[in-house]
Write a protein of this length. Structure first.
Length: 277
């Protein structure tokens, strides 16, 4: 059964009864640390926000850290990031230098993007090089695609790294950033319908995943399995995490008779105390 929650205040509101010591500890962890990714804003074109990627959750988070520093790039489009700050912000094992190198490598290798159509296109790698020294990691962006990441005046998606850094499921991030990309600041409560045909792209599903008799005339999408393993856990994590600023109020099936066409989602954005922004 899909999750339905009432209008705010949220479960987070039940957690407001913190002692002064607990509140200070939380503030120390999230605000007082001298970390370059504190209050780091990610801004990307909606084309990027709604694109299907092959990144894992860990690779996605490293990409977000890199993009958040895009305005600090040098004349050759290199962004510099502190290893210590990445490790601290993403809660990475500081002794696992091999993991950090390999994950950045995979993130770069999977940054290939396709623009245009089959007659006119401009394809290439968004990130072309990654290197490091003892203290810092350097990421080089391809200049051709910088308009998708910088100086955006419209059709863009923005959020703080702190809002997504605690996600443990890629589906949670995928749903969060997709809904963010459709936010309309004129409304407090947002509404987005997601068609069945768009589910594989949004949630990066494999071909035929959650289908019965895929490729046959009697093929049928198994909504119950999809909801149990993907959709409902994503909604639960988005609503559970205090660090996330989104709250999904309801998610209902859209039907035409007995046929499910997709989902109708209502959501809003809240501050850390659970009040509407």
């Amino acid at each position: 059964m899909l999750i339905k929650t009432g209008i705010l205040r949220l479960d987070r509101g039940n957690e407001m009864h913190e002692t002064n010591g607990e509140l200070m500890e939380r503030n120390d962890k999230y605000k007082l640390s001298n970390n370059m990714f504190n209050d780091a804003l990610v801004v990307v074109s909606n084309l990027i926000a709604r694109a299907t990627t092959k990144w894992t959750l860990e690779e996605t988070k490293l990409f977000l850290c890199s993009v958040s520093q895009i305005k600090t790039r040098d004349k050759d489009n290199w962004v510099m990031m502190s290893k210590r700050d990445i490790i601290e912000k993403l809660d990475i094992n500081p002794d696992n230098g091999t993991w950090l190198r390999q994950t950045f490598k995979k993130m770069m290798q999977k940054s290939y993007i396709e623009l245009g159509n089959d007659e006119e296109w401009d394809d290439g790698f968004l990130i072309t090089r990654v290197r490091s020294d003892k203290k810092n990691i350097y990421v080089k962006f391809e200049e051709t695609y910088l308009p998708l990441l910088d100086q955006l005046s419209s059709h863009f998606t923005e959020f703080y790294i702190d809002y997504v850094k605690d996600f443990t499921r890629l589906s949670s991030y995928n749903l969060y950033v997709y809904l963010c990309s459709w936010q309309d600041s004129n409304y407090q409560v947002q509404n987005k319908k997601i068609a069945k045909k768009d589910l594989p792209k949004i949630f990066n599903l494999k071909e035929g995943e959650y289908w019965r008799n895929y490729g046959k005339e009697n093929a049928k999408f198994h909504f119950a399995d999809f909801e149990k393993k993907v959709l409902n856990p994503a909604i639960e994590e988005i609503n559970k995490l205090k660090s996330c600023d989104m709250h999904i109020l309801s998610c209902d099936k859209v039907k035409n008779g007995k046929f499910v066409l997709g989902y109708d989602i209502h959501y809003t954005f809240v501050d850390e105390d659970g009040f509407y922004k």
